[in-house]
Design a protein around this ligand. Structure first.
Ligand code: NAD
Length: 512
């Protein structure tokens, strides 16, 4: 249970059971003794959940296939109405859902409300999309023929998601999949399963309210890596999307690839911002601080590397340290707090060991200490860290999922771009500059090699309208807006002959 620490909050500060009854979602459906769900806020046990076994996953896949066979015949704009109905429920229960996100993964109130807003936004996008699943008509080389491209529903969309965006990432995929005519099976992270139970409960309510939507159209299965592996290996699931670490992505890609299925991988980032000597430094400080410490550095797009021009580096880092010193670290359900907890003890161990390694590699560390340990011995709060590095050493090349910002200096823009691109990951990147040539060079083919490249705005906080994802070890997948819907459908090329002759391709003569 959480207790109110302030009064000026929109959050219902209630225990899990009360919040679930408020949104009419029975938590009992997932009750069991397999998994104790603990709050990252204070380590308190929130509830016990039952996990899905192999037989349960099998049943879910069979049910999803039956649902798909019906759903694919429902006209796409009608499918959009299901998403509309769901979005209305999410709007109505926005504060309660955000409170579940906070209990589940420790996000601050503003971040949790922002995450639920993303769910609403992608619903709006998907509803519009349901009337815009366009194919092409293509000029054919044959007389009295027509050639066209048709997009059809694909099948079951299997989704494996990470703990840190327990609502948004599912909705980026699932809402698009639903309007595309697919059914959905979601395996959320075992570290933040409550949001999935809440959202799928609301989706069930929306399905029940829509005559054309079959039951079991969008299901949740609970489990860890092993259940994820089973889902990835199952030939009945043509498309698997996996969001999480690069290690997990390699395993999923190999399993889906071995059966020639499709995978969309959204993996780790090691995002950098270049701060030029021609930057607006006030703006850059805000952009850098928000991207580095938001969600306690637990966003895939969190800023992890700062590449600053040598002529301004000392001044810029000194200013950044002043901002860091003013950050309030604490319970995320306190609206005055900027930085909430890490997800668990392992995350804290990884942060501590990364800081140790950075020191051994010549880094000088500011911050990074564990705080509030006396008050919350079973929760893990830290001061965000700034580490000045002599070079882009081994530890800087790794993604540590915690608020650590490595700082390096550069002399020329080419050197800065080489540092930015000199890691295995390729998710998000930014340059702060007022120089048009530098900005355009950074965005050009010779510039940033990331899926997201920004100018004068930080690396985190992408909008749903664009395609979200990254290159290299980030996996190459794209989610959310733009034309990502094409991954959720199968494309058929149709040639129609409306003449009374049959001219064969390549001038082949074939008399019968
Ligand atoms: P994780 O890799 O530990 O787990 C992610 C999900 O994969 C969980 O549901 C987990 O149960 C499942 N899983 C783990 N091993 C698996 C396997 N071998 N086969 C199938 N499923 C498996 O990641 P996490 O700690 O939950 O999240 C943090 C990571 O996620 C970071 O690396 C972060 O950058 C990344 N992330 C990426 C994006 C993106 O869009 N690129 C978004 C959010 C998070």
């Amino acid at each position: 249970a959480t207790k109110a620490s302030r009064n000026n909050s929109v959050f219902p500060r209630e225990d899990v059971q009360t919040i679930f009854s408020r949104i009419n979602v029975p938590l009992e459906r997932f009750k069991g003794t397999d998994l104790g769900k603990h709050s990252p806020i204070d380590g308190e046990k929130l509830c016990e959940l039952g996990l899905t076994d192999e037989a349960g996953l099998n049943r879910a896949i069979d049910d999803a296939q039956q649902a798909f066979l019906r759903w694919r015949t429902v006209p796409a704009p009608e499918r959009g109405k299901l998403v509309y109905t769901f979005a209305e429920l999410v709007r109505r229960h926005k504060a309660a859902l955000a409170a579940v996100v906070t209990l589940d993964c420790g996000k601050t109130e503003t971040e949790a409300l922002g995450e639920i807003q993303e769910v609403i936004d992608i619903c709006d996008f998907a509803i519009g999309l349901s009337r815009q699943l366009y194919g092409l008509t293509i000029a054919t080389e044959r007389p009295e023929h027509r050639m066209a491209e048709t997009w059809h529903p694909l099948g079951i969309f299997g989704q494996i998601t990470a703990f840190n965006f327990p609502a948004a990432v599912w909705s980026w995929g699932a809402m698009i999949a639903l309007v595309c005519g697919d059914s959905v099976i979601w395996k959320p992270s075992e570290k933040s399963p409550l949001t999935a139970i809440a959202l799928s409960g609301l989706m069930d309510q929306a399905i029940a309210a829509c005559d054309s939507a079959p039951a079991k159209l969008a299901q949740v299965v609970l489990g860890g890596a092993e259940l994820g592996r089973q889902l990835a290996s199952d030939t009945r699931i043509p498309l698997v999307s996996a969001t999480g670490s690069t290690t997990m992505g390699r395993d999923v890609a190999a399993r889906v690839g071995a059966r020639l299925g499709r995978s969309t991988l959204e993996l780790g980032g090691n995002n950098a911002a270049i701060v030029s000597d021609k930057a607006d430094l006030d703006l850059a400080i805000r952009g850098v601080a928000f991207a580095a410490v938001g969600t306690a550095g637990q966003r895939c797009t969190s800023l992890r590397r700062l590449i600053v021009h040598e002529s301004i580096a000392d001044e810029f880092v000194a200013r950044l340290k002043t901002v860091y010193a003013q950050l309030r670290v604490g319970r995320p359900d306190d609206p005055d707090v900027h930085v909430g907890p890490l997800i668990d003890e392992r995350a804290h161990q990884q942060m501590a060991s990364a800081l140790q390694q950075a020191s051994a590699e010549g880094g000088s560390v500011f911050g990074g200490e564990r705080v509030l340990e006396d008050q919350y011995p079973d929760a893990f709060y830290v001061n965000p860290a700034i580490v000045s590095m002599p070079a882009q050493s081994d530890i800087v090349e790794q993604e540590t999922f915690a608020p650590i910002l490595y700082v390096m200096k550069y002399a020329t823009i080419d050197e800065a771009i080489a540092l930015q691109n000199g890691v295995s990951q390729g998710l998000s990147s930014a340059i702060f500059t007022t120089d048009m040539r530098e900005a355009e060079y950074f965005l050009s083919a010779s510039g940033s090699d990331c899926g997201i490249a920004n100018v004068n705005i930080g690396t985190s906080g992408a909008e749903i309208g664009g395609a979200f994802g990254g290159e290299k070890a980030t996996g190459g997948g794209r989610a959310a807006g733009s034309d990502t819907w094409k991954a959720f459908m199968r494309r058929a090329t149709n040639t129609v002959n409306y003449s009374s002759s049959l001219p064969l391709a390549q001038g082949v003569e074939f008399d019968v």
